[in-house]
Design a binder for this molecule. Structure first.
Ligand SMILES: [Fe+2]
Length: 249
């Protein structure tokens, strides 16, 4: 999601699987293996189950044409290849139809730890596994549908962007007695994976009103993370969210 529209809805691309280089395969494998040394201890079990269910492996860059049937079977979602960040209208329109926009390119070996724009490791490795969870899948579609109704209302879009940010990108979940990570912005970042559960940031219970009143920064680790207790809690917050953003103009 971005305030800087970059690509028109017609700019969808195909994943050109034959074009991946040895560097691309090295980057995918290195990032995958590095995250998998820590994620089994700190990531949401639904994410870890989803990773297996969509068939992601360290030694194989995901092929969208093989991932999509698995995703379709789980929740009816599909990956759509895009060249980069898409404009809000495109982004929400895709979510509303259970399609997740994903880049098909990978960062260079020199960019392992930081990258300004999301690449395929973020979009695919970090976002796709949780799309196999039925509550999360419904929540994301409902968020897209709600946002589509408010495209002409920047204040409402900003609120919905905050909710997306503090859940889909940077959410934590209490699972049994353990605090776990489900936000894709954390799961694709080795640094933030360690940081978010450490002593520095604040962690607060999921609260729609509080999240809508909390601005976020894109260029540094988060000051605060919000913790859900189940994915159903996300799906169940949609009516309150719709009320909070008001009627479409
Ligand atoms: Fe993302």
């Amino acid at each position: 999601m971005t305030a800087n529209p970059t690509f028109a809805p017609t700019a969808a691309v195909q994943q050109d699987y034959a074009r991946y280089s040895a560097d691309d395969r090295w980057v995918w494998q290195r990032l995958f293996e590095r995250q998998l040394t820590v994620l089994p201890q700190v990531a949401s079990q639904r994410f870890l189950d989803g990773l297996h269910r969509v068939g992601f492996r360290a030694n194989e860059i995901p092929d969208f044409s093989l991932v999509n049937p698995r995703l379709q079977a789980a929740t009816g979602w599909a990956l759509v290849a895009v060249p980069g960040i898409v404009d809000d209208a495109t982004f929400f329109d895709l979510l509303a139809s259970r399609q997740f926009p994903a880049t098909t390119w990978l960062r260079t070996p020199a960019q392992l730890d930081y990258l300004e724009e999301p690449d395929m490791f973020h979009d695919v490795f970090a976002h796709v596994p949780l799309l196999t969870d039925p509550f999360f899948a419904d929540f994301l579609q409902a968020l897209g549908t709600l946002a589509l109704r408010h495209l002409a209302d920047p204040a409402a879009i900003e609120k919905l962007a905050r909710l997306y940010w503090f859940t889909v990108e940077f959410g934590l979940i209490q699972e049994a007695d353990t605090l776990r990570i489900y936000g894709a912005g954390i799961l694709s970042s080795a640094g933030e994976t360690a940081f978010c559960l450490g002593p520095k940031p604040a962690r607060r219970p999921f609260d729609v009103a509080e999240i809508l009143a909390t601005p976020f920064a894109k260029d540094r680790m988060q000051d605060v993370y919000f913790t859900i207790t189940s994915y159903q809690q996300l799906a169940d917050c949609i009516p309150a969210l719709a009320l909070a953003v008001g009627n479409a103009p």
